[in-house]
Design a protein around this ligand. Structure first.
Ligand code: MN
Length: 497
């Protein structure tokens, strides 16, 4: 997406997620100034259950005179542009709009198009906005307030710059002329005295499960961002890998989940804890959620919220098995031999799409995987258009190349994203046909429980299988374990003698 394409709209509302953080405000404000400079009628808003109360955020808005509006109602604007969030997600109040555009860095599976710019490998949304503004020739240093807002967004979303990786993020740090004195003040204004006490009491009253290396903490009412800050701090404890912290808020309970346990994705746990009674989501390591009191009482009656969390967490840990491919298959019982049906599938040689050495993300059915293009890495396009990586030697053993291009249409066209610039490339124009070799066999067994498989490939998280999906490995390589979805397996494999 280019900002220029949005210039055809005159009445523009920029919406940040509920409980806006520094990244949402920095992103929103910079884009606001851009459209203002173009002579548009533009507003910067957010909705949700409560207005901003966090001290650093109030200081930021005040010092930079950022015209943020907290609204509960909105007359459908010509364009609604969400920043640091995506329209329809749980953390964004829903407003009607004639047209919708988005700029975001959260991975929800959505990819960029003419009306959205989604780069989930970038640490802050402010960085994406910075890049979009630069592309339009907009001088972000013309006003120190714009540069400072963008910088502070990046600073806060990158754990005080400790998670900076991308060249664009480095450029931004070097290039922005921001107000150092103000950033310093902001960094020392994260808590009020009252919040410090709230945080202290919460930590003193923590509960701890040694086996799960997990802590559940009930806090007194406070700003939702304070919950996250306490969670971040608690996760630094050497014997805690997962932290759930919650408190009462208007209409229900607010929770924050932090995880550094490889088999517990914070966003997945937040969704699990709030399923059916609220909403939850976020990143792999940080997530949040809300439980509605009305829905909670309908379902759990008088049950205390603390015992609910303990019970639900147990259910979560009991709900799945974990398998590490590097350990191989220890128990082969239950595995049967299958043969891939002889249908024509597509494959792509990575080096025909991008130069060798290019780091790419591919969108698989199992979430994103990172692969480095090379002569020895191919990509397979599966029956339903899913993409997965395969080593050339394995490919050559399993498939025979046919001299024809692969043409098939999919609901979601197979896509590759180059890490450095976040550009998406369609894979189908590069795809060739191949057919499975007669003699290829896999061993597979049905999962009787949800299972997380850590494959030998660099997936951003585990491959998640549900009961009924098939756990497979190729004959002769018990360390190449992977999951094939039930419906895909049924369509593409048959039992072998
Ligand atoms: Mn952000």
């Amino acid at each position: 997406m280019k900002l220029e394409t949005l210039e055809k709209y005159n009445d523009i509302v920029i919406q940040m997620h509920d409980n806006p953080d520094a990244d949402a405000v920095g992103s929103g404000y910079a884009i606001y100034r851009y459209f203002q400079a173009k002579g548009k009628r533009v507003r910067l808003i957010y909705g949700g259950r409560q207005p901003i109360t966090k001290s650093n955020m109030k200081l930021l808005l005040q010092e930079l005179a950022i015209p943020v509006e907290y609204v509960q109602e909105l007359e459908a604007p010509e364009l609604l542009l969400t920043v640091d969030c995506q329209y329809g997600e749980g953390n964004v109040q829903r407003f009607e709009a004639q047209n919708i555009a988005m700029i975001d860095h959260h991975n929800t599976g959505r990819v960029s198009d003419a009306m959205s710019e989604i780069r989930s490998h970038i640490v802050s949304c402010a960085t994406i906005c910075y890049d979009l503004l630069l592309a339009e020739g907009f001088d972000v240093n013309a006003d120190i307030r714009i540069a400072t807002a963008l910088y502070y967004g990046l600073y806060m979303d990158s754990k005080e710059l400790s998670e900076i990786r991308h060249p664009l993020e480095r450029d931004m740090i070097d290039f922005l002329h921001y107000d150092r004195v103000l950033v310093r003040r902001l960094n020392h204004a994260n808590f009020t005295i009252d919040e410090m006490e709230t945080a202290g009491i919460a930590m003193i009253r923590h509960s701890y499960d040694e086996n799960k290396r997990l802590s559940i903490i009930k806090s007194n009412p406070c700003d939702p961002n304070i919950l996250g800050l306490v969670g971040d701090l608690v996760l630094q404890v050497d014997s805690i890998d997962v932290c759930i912290i919650f408190n009462e808020c208007p209409g229900g309970f607010k929770l924050s989940v932090r995880s550094c346990a490889p088999d517990v994705a914070a966003n997945e746990l937040a969704r699990f804890l709030t399923a059916g009674i609220g909403d939850g989501g976020g990143h792999l390591d940080k997530a949040g959620g809300f439980i509605s009191k009305r829905q909670y009482e309908k379902r759990y009656g008088e049950k205390g919220i603390e015992s609910f969390f303990f019970q639900r967490v147990d259910e979560y840990y009991d709900s799945y098995d974990v398998i590490y491919a590097k350990d191989g298959v220890k128990d082969v019982s239950g595995f049967c031999k299958y043969r891939k049906k002889a249908y024509i599938c597509g494959f792509v040689r990575t080096t025909e799409v991008v130069p060798a050495g290019t780091v790419c993300r591919i969108r698989t059915l199992e979430g994103d995987a990172t692969v480095t293009a090379g002569e020895d890495i191919y990509l397979m396009i599966g029956y339903f258009g899913e993409v997965y990586p395969i080593e050339r030697v394995v490919f050559e053993r399993k498939y025979r190349v046919l001299d024809a291009s692969f043409e098939k249409s999919f609901e979601y066209p197979p896509t590759l994203i180059t890490q450095a610039d976040g550009k998406t490339r369609k894979l189908l124009p590069f795809a060739k046909q191949c057919i499975v070799q007669e003699e290829v066999r896999v061993f597979a067994r049905e999962l009787c429980k949800d299972t997380k498989v850590f494959t030998k490939w660099d997936y951003e998280k585990y491959m998640a299988g549900e009961a009924g999906d098939m756990l497979c490995y190729t004959e002769g390589d018990a360390k190449d374990l992977y999951i094939i979805k039930k419906n895909v397996f049924g369509e593409t494999y048959e039992e072998a003698e």
